[in-house]
Design a protein around this ligand. Structure first.
Ligand code: TYM
Length: 334
């Protein structure tokens, strides 16, 4: 059976981008068709300046939202990364296979490091090695497919390179995984800056729709979305020339299960497009928010799911990580 692994990082509240690019597919497609693991990757949240209490709160919230989005512990494994030591154990071995040049070429590293430096802060070493930990997350489970949004493509490519290199040097140990992206919604852009990704730790809050936004907040954010002034009012799909309008068409299409090209030219004004997009997003989020509310009233259930999930995940990861320890030349403990 196909093995799937994917994760979400608790560095902010989950966004519409996370949902359309990844989580929705995990819930409605992946968990039904494969042996799937979904993880709140909390160790990754420590790579930038962070408040310990906030990371804990966001980790719990992310796990609750994954369940609210429809992940079913009867069908898949949901857990928190730091509860399973194998991720950090394997990450060190992969650091011994990766090169520093490779790490420095990662686009997300370059962007985030530049941002940290601009703010006058220093760059944590873990920000540089982050993609290696991500590779460990994936490779520990013999993963075939990694369902992610567009921004993770380079990291999954690196994961493939490390798996192949390790296998060539030390004998076949890892499955070489591949990224799987949704056709629509793989790159939802910030509503205020439609040339940048909608990210959960963005400073431009008004441009980000969060999964837990009230309908009124969703309405305000979408109605105030930047459209493409100076280029006429044609509501056409053209990512390059019309990033603002195209983003709204993409969001609307993703919500409705259609495609944005088919919506090109259907709307006569930005206002009408925005109104329909508001409705579609509010309807999309409604069941998630309702279920989230119920789950918040039952924290013991969520904790139980995470405890069982970690135990299952540990059992799946340990044999392969132990095999990697032996293959690379470490002496087995008696
Ligand atoms: P993270 O937490 O940034 O995002 C979680 C998932 O949401 C997708 N995504 C988006 N998709 C479309 N439009 C957007 N604006 C958007 N923003 C985010 C991401 O592509 C991702 O699929 N490094 C990863 C977490 C990670 C991981 C892993 C993922 C750690 N280990 C192993 C897969 C496998 C990250 O920061 O995702």
């Amino acid at each position: 059976m196909t093995r799937i692994f994917s994760g979400v990082k608790p560095t902010g509240h989950l966004t519409l981008g996370n949902y359309l690019g990844a989580v929705r597919r995990w819930a409605f497609v992946d968990q039904q068709r494969a042996d799937a693991l979904f993880c709140v990757v909390d160790l990754h949240a420590l790579t930038v300046d962070h408040d310990p209490g906030r990371v804990r709160r966001l980790s719990r919230q992310a796990a609750t939202l994954l369940l609210a989005s429809g992940l079913d512990p009867e069908l898949c494994t949901v857990f928190v990364q730091s509860h399973v030591d194998e991720h950090a154990r394997l990450s060190y071995l992969l650091e011994c296979v990766a090169t520093d040049g490779e790490m420095r070429r990662m686009i997300q590293y370059k962007e985030k490091a530049a941002r940290e430096r601009e703010r006058g802060g220093s760059v944590r070493l873990s920000l540089l090695t982050y993609p290696v930990l991500m590779a460990a997350d994936i490779l520990a489970y013999g993963t075939d497919e990694v369902p992610v949004g567009d921004d993770q493509t380079q990291h999954v490519e690196l994961t493939r390179d490390l798996a192949v290199r390790f296998n060539q040097r030390y004998g076949h140990t890892f499955v070489v995984p591949r990224a799987v992206r949704p056709e629509v919604g793989a790159r939802v852009m910030n509503l205020q800056e439609p040339t940048s990704k909608m990210g959960k730790s963005d400073d431009v809050g008004p441009g980000v729709v969060y999964l837990l936004d009230e309908p009124d907040a969703v309405r305000k954010k979408i109605m105030r979305a930047v459209t493409d002034s100076g280029s006429g009012q044609d509501v056409v799909y053209d990512r390059e020339a019309r990033p603002g309008v195209s983003n709204l068409l993409e969001i609307l299409a993703a919500c409705e299960g259609g495609n944005p090209e088919a919506l090109s030219g259907v709307y006569e004004s930005y206002g009408a497009l925005k109104k329909d997009t508001v409705e579609a997003v509010v309807e999309l989020l409604r069941p998630v928010q309702e279920r989230h509310k119920q789950l918040c009233a039952d924290p013991a259930y969520v904790e139980g799911v995470l405890r069982d999930g970690a135990e299952k995940a540990r059992g799946m990861a340990r044999p392969r990580v132990d095999a990697a320890y032996r293959a690379i030349g470490l002496l087995a403990a008696g």
